[in-house]
Design a protein around this ligand. Structure first.
Ligand code: C2O
Ligand code: CU
Length: 505
C-alpha cells in the first residue's frame, strides 16, 4: 500500500548485507556537495517574541543520482530539509503542514522539549486530505501496537514549540511516527536544526561558509530511480512469507552526503568545521581521511550531540552510529594545493567504503583557531543519583526487538523518573544498538566497567553499544513532566518495537 516495490531480500541481506541498487551507479566525487538551504526565522502574531518557521512536508522529485529524478518526501520538498537555526533561550515555533498521504510525527532530536511538542510516536499529524482516518486505516500504518488513548493527534498542520533553553548544539529533526519512522526518514524526512549561543560565538571557530553540516545517509535505488526499501508485511514487520525481520536493519549501497552521492567539495587550505551527522537508518561508519595528514590527526573533535566539549579531542578515526553527531575541525593547510582527500569509511566495502572527497583548490587567509579550552563542562556527580535503573536491549525470537523483554507500548512507562531527579541508567545489549533518550542530554560514566570510551566525551543524547557491551549514563530529568521515549536509533529496530516509554512525574 505504501508504494515501494521491493525485492525480497535473502537471509544474508537481512543480517546486515547490502540492499543492492538496480540502477547503474554514478562515478564517485562528481557531484558538488550541496549545502541544505538555511531558512530565515520569521515572526507570527500568535507567538510574540518567538522565532517562527513554517515547513511543508511534500512529495517531490529530486535529482539525487545525476540525471535521474527520484521521488522523495521532503520538508519543504527537499532532502535534507532546510537547516533551521535557533538562538539559545529564544523560543522557536515550527509550524508543520502535512501535505503527504500518510500521518507524520516530527521530533527535534537533541531538543530539550516539552512533551506535547516532542514528537511522541503516536502524536500523529494527519494530512489534510485524510482527516480523522483511524490510525490503522492509514496507508502504511502497521497494526502492531494498541490504540493509544493518550495520543494527541492533529490534522493538516501542527505547531511544535521549542523553548530552546539549551546550549549551542547540532540538533536535527526527523519523522518519528510509530512503526514507520524508518520508511519516512529513508524517503527523506530529515533536516538540521542548529542552536547558537554566546559562548560558542566567542570562540574563533571556522564559521560562515567554513561551517558546514554533513548529513551522511545510505540509500539504494530501484531501476526506475525510485528509492529501494524492503517491503515489510505491516502486520508482523517481517519479510512476507517468513518470520525473519530485517535483523541488522536496511543498508544501502549509495552513500549520500547532504542528499548527493559521494559528493566533492572544493576547499581552501584552511580550517573547516564540519557537523557530522549519521542520519542512516542502520549503517555505522568509521570515518577517516585518505591520505591521512602528516601529523596523524584527521579530525579535531570540538563537539558532540549536546554541543561543545570542554576541550578538543584528537582522532585519527571517528566511529559514528545512527543519530550521533560529531562536530569536528579539519585543517586543510596540512595538504598541498590541488591535493584530493577522501573521507573514507573503514567499515564499508566497495561503494560504501568512501563517503565524499575534498579538493584543496586554493590558499586563503585563516583567522580561525581551536582553543584548548572550548567550554566548561560540569560533571554530574555520581553521588547525586537518586535512582539506578537497568535496561537490556535484546532480540526477541527473531521477530521483534525488545527493551527489558518488552515491545514498545506507548501507554505503559517502563521508568518513571521524578521531575528534577538525577538518575543512572545502565544498558546491556545483545547486538549492536545505538540508544537514544528524548528530553535529556546525558553523560557517559562507564563503558564495560571502564571509563568512557574515545567517542563518549561531552553531552550525549545517543550512545552506541557494540555487541555484548555495557555502559552507564547519568542524566537529570529537568523541566518537563510528561511522557517521552527511549529507543534504538537503528530505525528498523525502532520500528520493530525496540522503544520504550518513560514518564517524568
Ligand atoms: Cu532521532 Cu527518538 O529520535
Ligand atoms: Cu538496535
Amino acid at each position: 500500500a505504501v508504494g515501494f516495490t521491493v525485492p525480497i531480500l535473502s537471509r544474508q541481506d537481512q543480517t546486515g548485507k547490502l540492499l543492492p541498487s538496480q540502477i547503474p551507479l554514478p562515478r564517485p566525487f562528481q557531484v558538488p556537495l550541496p549545502v541544505p538551504p538555511m531558512l530565515a526565522p520569521g515572526r507570527h502574531p500568535d507567538f510574540p517574541g518567538a522565532d517562527f518557521f513554517e515547513i511543508r512536508q511534500l512529495v517531490t522529485r529530486q535529482e539525487i543520482l545525476p540525471g535521474v529524478p527520484t521521488e522523495i518526501w521532503g520538508y519543504n520538498g527537499t532532502f535534507p530539509g532546510p537547516t533551521l537555526t535557533s538562538r539559545s533561550g529564544v523560543r522557536t515555533v515550527v509550524r508543520h503542514h502535512n501535505n503527504l498521504n500518510v500521518p507524520t510525527v516530527t521530533h527535534l532530536h537533541g531538543g530539550h522539549t516539552p512533551p506535547g511538542s516532542d514528537g511522541f510516536p503516536t502524536d500523529l499529524l494527519y494530512p489534510q486530505t485524510h482527516p480523522g482516518l483511524p490510525m490503522n486505516a492509514m496507508p502504511g500504518m502497521a497494526t502492531m501496537g494498541k490504540p493509544d488513548p493518550q495520543a494527541h493527534t492533529t490534522t493538516g498542520k501542527r505547531d511544535y514549540h521549542y523553548p530552546m533553553t539549551q546550549r549551542a548544539a547540532t540538533l536535527w529533526y526527523h519523522d518519528h511516527r510509530m512503526n514507520f519512522t524508518a520508511q519516512s526518514v529513508y524517503r527523506g524526512l530529515a533536516g538540521f536544526h542548529l542552536v547558537h549561543d554566546a559562548e560558542e560565538a566567542r570562540i574563533p571557530l571556522p564559521d560562515a561558509d567554513r561551517d558546514i553540516p554533513l548529513m551522511i545517509a545510505d540509500r539504494s535505488f530501484a531501476a526506475d530511480g525510485s528509492l529501494l526499501y524492503p517491503a515489510l508485511d505491516p502486520t508482523t514487520l517481517t519479510t512476507p512469507g517468513t518470520t525473519d525481520p530485517y535483523m541488522g536493519g536496511v543498508l544501502g549501497d549509495v552513500i549520500l552526503v547532504n542528499g548527493a552521492p559521494w559528493p566533492v567539495l572544493d576547499v581552501a587550505a584552511v580550517r573547516y568545521r564540519f557537523r557530522l551527522l549519521n542520519a542512516s537508518n542502520a549503517r555505522r561508519y568509521q570515518l577517516t581521511l585518505s591520505p591521512p595528514p602528516a601529523d596523524g590527526t584527521a579530525f579535531i573533535q570540538i563537539g558532540s550531540d549536546g554541543g561543545l566539549l570542554a576541550n578538543p579531542v584528537h582522532h585519527t578515526t571517528i566511529d559514528i552510529a545512527p543519530a550521533e553527531r560529531f562536530d569536528v575541525v579539519i585543517d586543510f593547510s596540512r595538504y598541498t594545493t590541488g591535493q584530493e582527500i577522501t573521507l573514507t569509511n573503514q567499515l564499508g566495502s566497495e561503494t560504501t567504503a568512501r563517503v565524499m572527497r575534498f579538493r584543496v583548490a586554493r590558499r586563503e587567509a585563516d583567522g580561525s583557531n581551536v582553543p584548548d579550552q572550548l567550554s566548561t563542562m560540569e560533571h554530574i556527580p555520581v553521588s547525586q543519583a537518586q535512582q539506578t535503573r537497568s535496561f537490556s536491549f535484546q532480540n526477541h525470537d527473531r521477530r521483534t526487538w525488545t527493551i527489558n523483554s518488552k515491545e514498545f507500548d506507548p501507554t505503559h512507562p517502563i521508568a518513571t523518573p521524578r521531575l528534577d531527579a538525577t538518575e543512572i541508567w545502565r544498558f546491556t545489549t545483545d547486538l549492536h544498538h545505538s540508544i537514544h533518550l528524548h528530553l535529556v542530554q546525558f553523560q557517559v560514566i562507564a563503558r564495560n566497567g571502564k571509563p568512557p570510551g574515545a567517542y563518549d566525551a561531552g553531552w550525549k543524547d545517543t550512545i552506541d553499544l557494540k555487541p555484548a557491551e555495557e555502559a552507564a549514563i547519568i542524566a537529570r530529568f529537568t523541566d518537563y513532566p510528561g511522557r517521552y521515549v527511549m529507543h534504538c536509533h537503528n530505525l528498523e529496530h525502532e520500528d520493530m518495537a525496540m522503544m520504550t516509554t518513560f514518564t517524568v512525574t
